[in-house]
Structures are given as C-alpha cells and as structure tokens.
Design a protein around this ligand. Structure first.
Ligand SMILES: C[S@@+](CC[C@H](N)C(=O)[O-])C[C@H]1O[C@@H](n2cnc3c(N)ncnc32)[C@H](O)[C@@H]1O
Length: 276
C-alpha cells in the first residue's frame, strides 16, 4: 500500500490520518456544486445504486462508513428502502452538514449519524446486514484492521459493498498521477486492486470481487470539468472567491489526468460475509 501525501500540502488542509480537517465547510460547499447536494464524491445517486446493484436492501440494516454529508445514506434509505442506515464519519462539521441534509430529506427516523474516532467501529458484533462505503476507504491507513472490523460488525451472511479509489501497479511512475497526489488537499492510503482483494480475503470475506470503474470515471471527470468551467462557474463564485475556484479547477484537472493516464482507478469492491 502507498501512503501518499503531497509535499505541497497546506497546513490547514491536512488529512484524515489524525492531522486535522480534510473536509472543511468551504470545501464541502465547493464539492457540492459539482457533485450535487449531499455528495463529496462523484456519480451521485446513480453511482450509489451501481455500487449496490443486485444487493437486496429492502428492510435491511446498513452501515455507511465515511458517510460524508449523507447523500449516499439518503439514497439507500429513501430510494432503495433500507430499514435503517447508520452513517459514521470522523469530522464534526461533516456530520453536522449530514444531519442538516437528513433532516431536510425528512429521514431522521431512518438515518442515524454518528461522529466516531478512526479505529475500531463502535458497534456490537453482527450488527448490520450490509456494510457500505463510498470513496472513504482511500483515507484509511490500516486496511487489515479496518476490514477485520467490517467482518466483525457484519452479520455472517451479510454483504460488504463499496467503492474505493485504487491505484494501478505502475502509478508511482506516472507523472500525471504523481502531480495529482501532490496537489490534492488530502492524504491518501491507496491500494492496488490485487492488494484490496488480498486484504479482504485475509479478513474472511468470500466471493470477493473488484470491478474497475476507470473508463466510467475518465468520461465523467471530463464532463465534470466542462461543467465546472462552463455553466457551473457562476455557482462556484457564489460559494468561493475566484482564487479558490481556480484552485479547485486545477485539482480536478489533475485528477482527470490521473484517471486518464490509468494511475487512478475507482473500483467497486464486494465481499460476502464468511458464512454467506
Ligand atoms: C470522499 S468523502 C466521501 C463521503 C461520502 N461517502 C460520499 O460519497 O459523498 C470521504 C469521507 O470519509 C470520511 N473519513 C475519512 N476517514 C474516515 C474513517 N477512518 N472513518 C470514517 N470516515 C472517515 C471523511 O471525513 C469524508 O467525509
């Protein structure tokens, strides 16, 4: 696994590995402009459905790890009919925004949000039918411990379904990938697909699958860039100054290039509990 953190990182935007806030309010405002209300990751409602394709959600209990500002949890409860969703995140301002979005969606009785410490999950064994996560595993350094915890809190016949931003085997040699890592405001702990599959199997999951979404993301990231620099520009300038707008365009351009060169590989991960 690569622990990646850029030398050009500014001190007030350091990552989720115990150093400070990764998703301050201003960044949340900007990310919502192009990823949609409730989302800190790409693809919106359709991508949540895609991660959970063919998983029975109706009347199930779901844990959403790294729930962000609750867009995915709202989709899982409202559109996919989960009995209840527990969303956990490590940043208080993120959980506060999530609570606002859940309340506006009128889902307070089915979506429960918890601020947690990184590390062991604060739930009893076999608490959930489904453990879900969208684009948060990239921030978690100790993957073996993390996957052991997921197996522990998942019912033995339950399902783990997630998306994660993985890196290609040769990403460390790709200048576009390195540029993006260096300019990103976050710390990342990225795995290759082989590493992700191995650590899941080691934790006890069966029927482990990994579905590469690089081609999907290459197309989407170009569309996002066109929208950012075109119709969405004015909306950005309602929530930030020109300088911050230019900076986020620069980071998104680098991110799109990291995907286009093949280094950045968003991937859907799936595993069944040990007795499924
Ligand atoms: C890219 S955002 C994705 C948020 C949300 N899943 C979405 O798709 O909109 C990653 C989230 O993971 C959270 N996070 C980082 N490390 C975490 C950890 N150890 N446990 C729980 N959440 C974590 C961050 O605070 C952030 O809200």
């Amino acid at each position: 696994m690569m622990i990646l953190s850029g030398p050009s990182r500014r001190e007030h935007k350091i990552g989720a590995m115990g150093k400070g806030l990764s998703y301050p309010e201003g960044l949340i405002d900007r990310l919502e402009v192009f990823w949609g209300v409730g989302f800190l990751s790409p693809g919106g409602r359709e991508e949540v459905r895609e991660i959970l394709r063919n998983v029975r959600i109706q009347n199930k209990s779901v844990l959403d790890i790294g729930c962000g500002i609750a867009g995915p949890a709202i989709v899982i409860a409202r559109d996919l009919g989960a009995k209840n969703v527990v969303g956990i995140d490590i940043e208080p301002q993120v959980i506060a925004r999530a609570a606002r979005n859940v309340s506006e969606a009128g889902l307070q009785n089915r979506v429960d949000l918890k601020l947690v410490e990184p590390g062991p999950l604060p739930f009893a064994d076999a608490s959930f039918d489904i453990v879900f996560s969208k684009d948060a595993l990239i921030h978690i350094e100790d993957k073996p411990a993390f996957y052991n915890e997921i197996v522990r809190v998942l019912k033995p016949d339950g399902t783990f379904a997630a998306s994660d931003w993985l890196a290609s085997e040769d990403s460390g040699e790709l200048p576009e990938f390195i540029d993006w890592i260096e300019m990103s405001p976050h710390d990342f702990a990225m795995q290759t697909m082989a590493q992700a599959e191995a650590v899941m199997c080691e934790a006890g999951f069966v029927d482990v699958t990994a579905r590469d979404r690089n081609a999907w993301y290459v197309d989407l990231s170009l569309i996002e860039l066109e929208r950012m620099e075109g119709p969405l520009r004015e909306r950005f300038l309602e929530v930030c100054e020109e300088e911050a707008y230019q900076q986020i365009v620069k980071v998104r351009r680098a991110n799109a290039a990291a995907a286009r060169c093949g280094g950045l590989r968003p991937t859907h991960l799936r595993g069944a509990g040990p007795t499924a």
